[in-house]
Design a protein around this ligand. Structure first.
Ligand SMILES: Cc1ncc(COP(=O)(O)O)c(C=O)c1O
Length: 456
């Protein structure tokens, strides 16, 4: 097809692709996605795929929700742009701010809008620093994330994204940013150690890190309830309870990064509810608008907000802002998205279909390539190993998880390879039991074909 060839050639000539091997891309070119409907997308050759990662963990309502198109159109016609600088506001931005506070998983006072998860994290970090300066403790600035945690790509967020590929040669992390253990019992537990002992050990390591740095210098701990892009790592039981006890002891804020977990993904509105996390600050994005438009938000507690008020008196204004933060069309779409989640009882739907999702996911534990299968709600991960007994990984140059995902793609399923040779599965929340079975049939075929390729 000439048309398809033109797109591929133009793409290779002009487009720099994020998280892509650019050299390989020049040889093999792009997968051109042409249209979507429900949980499916089609490429420009007419091949149909299940979008097994909801795009990038975000297209919760699939790829053809007419109510979101209507909400955007209505708002485009009424007021396509307005902003929130210097006391200005509009109806939909205001209503969305209030709605988020209403459904927040912990007492939150205010919402601040941005356009992406990375901007949410960077703004949250600025707020934390501004807060501690306002509190008269300018030395309390360090931030602790977890290895394999993903918190975006901007200079500050990328410093908390403790994954080597995403920091090496970008001169990240910045100082003030450090990381502690990944809560992966499967990958990081010692031989003979129980899961509880593992949790105690890594929480002890966190406390030691805080003591070594000096608690008076540590501002916040930053965590996803379930680590997503780092390989879908679920916290062990009691992990967050124990972490929160340490944070309280040293007066350290907890920033919950709900960019993936927020909005029903784990079977509750928030991952914080699934894991009984009580944060001081929350970042969210992605499923907030079902990915139909870019929008992110930071929610802050009352004590933090009060400091911002004092700081803005001192400086003359709260000195930060994004042109498109609280964009009315994005807010209108987000409000409609939240209305759909409520009217269609998406939380109950996720809890219902996740029985099939988790059953089929866990069955893959028996596959020779799968070291661990793990999941909650409608998010799952597979860790690909060369040897199930020893948990030995394939040589990274083998790109084992990538090869399996390529085989899945050839069988009509889009899923993503992630660090630690994991594969992420995170379909649109509207997926049905039958579609989940179809997804796992295709994934199983991908694993079988991958096995033949890797061992044949
Ligand atoms: C937990 C988490 N935080 C932050 C981000 C960054 O969001 P964005 O890609 O919208 O900047 C992501 C993106 O995947 C994420 O998963």
């Amino acid at each position: 097809m000439k048309h398809a060839h033109d797109i591929a050639a133009t793409d290779i000539a002009y487009n720099v692709h994020p998280y892509t091997n650019l050299s390989l891309h020049e040889q093999q070119g792009p997968l051109v996605i042409d249209r979507g409907e429900g949980i499916y997308v089609w490429d420009d050759q007419g091949n149909k795929y299940i979008e097994g990662l909801a795009g990038l963990w975000c297209a919760s309502l699939g790829f053809s929700e007419p109510r979101l198109v209507a909400a955007a159109t209505k708002q485009f016609e009424r007021l396509p742009f307005s902003h929130s600088f210097a006391h200005r506001t509009n109806e939909v931005t205001t209503r969305l701010a209030a709605k988020l506070i209403d459904i927040a998983p912990a007492p939150m006072a205010k919402t601040y809008f941005v356009n992406s998860g990375s901007e949410a994290i960077d703004t949250a970090i600025k707020i934390i620093w501004y807060y501690n300066n306002g509190m008269g403790r300018p030395e309390k600035k360090k931030l602790i994330s977890r290895k394999r945690g993903y918190h975006g790509v901007t200079v500050a967020g990328g410093s908390l994204t403790a994954i080597p590929l995403m920091q090496n040669d970008f001169d990240l992390p910045l100082d003030r940013m450090m990381s502690t253990d990944t809560p992966s019992f499967y990958r990081c537990g010692n031989p003979g150690e129980s899961e509880d002992q593992f949790t105690d050990r890594i929480v002890h390591n966190l406390e030691q890190l805080i003591l070594n740095e000096g608690p008076e210098t540590v501002a916040a701990f930053v965590a996803e309830p379930v680590m997503g892009a780092g390989g879908v790592v679920l916290p062990p039981a009691n992990y967050f309870a124990k972490v929160q006890a340490v944070l309280q002891k040293y007066d350290i804020l907890l920033l919950a990064d709900e960019v993936i977990c927020g909005f029903c993904r784990t079977g509750n509105w928030w991952g914080c509810q699934t894991y009984d996390i009580k944060p001081d600050i929350i970042t969210c994005a992605k499923q907030l608008s079902a990915a139909f438009l870019p929008i992110g938000a930071v929610m802050i507690s009352a004590p933090i907000y009060q400091t911002l008020v004092e700081q803005s008196k001192k400086h003359g204004a709260f000195g930060t802002g994004n042109t498109y933060g609280g964009h009315p069309v994005a807010c209108a779409v987000a409000l409609e998205t939240l209305a759909i989640y409520e009217e269609r009882n998406i939380i109950e739907h996720v809890r219902d279909v996740s029985t099939t999702f988790l059953k089929r996911l866990m069955q893959l534990s028996d596959h020779p390539l799968v070291g661990e299968a793990r999941g909650v709600g409608l998010i799952g991960g597979l860790e690909i190993v060369a040897d199930k007994e020893t948990k030995a990984s394939f040589d990274p140059a083998t790109k084992a998880a990538f090869k399996v995902t390529q085989r899945a793609q050839a069988n009509g399923l889009l899923v993503r390879p992630l660090p630690s040779d994991s594969i992420g599965i995170c379909p649109p929340l509207i997926i049905s039991h039958d579609q989940i079975n179809d997804l796992f049939d295709r994934l199983h075929t991908g694993l079988d074909e991958g096995l033949r390729e890797l061992t044949g």
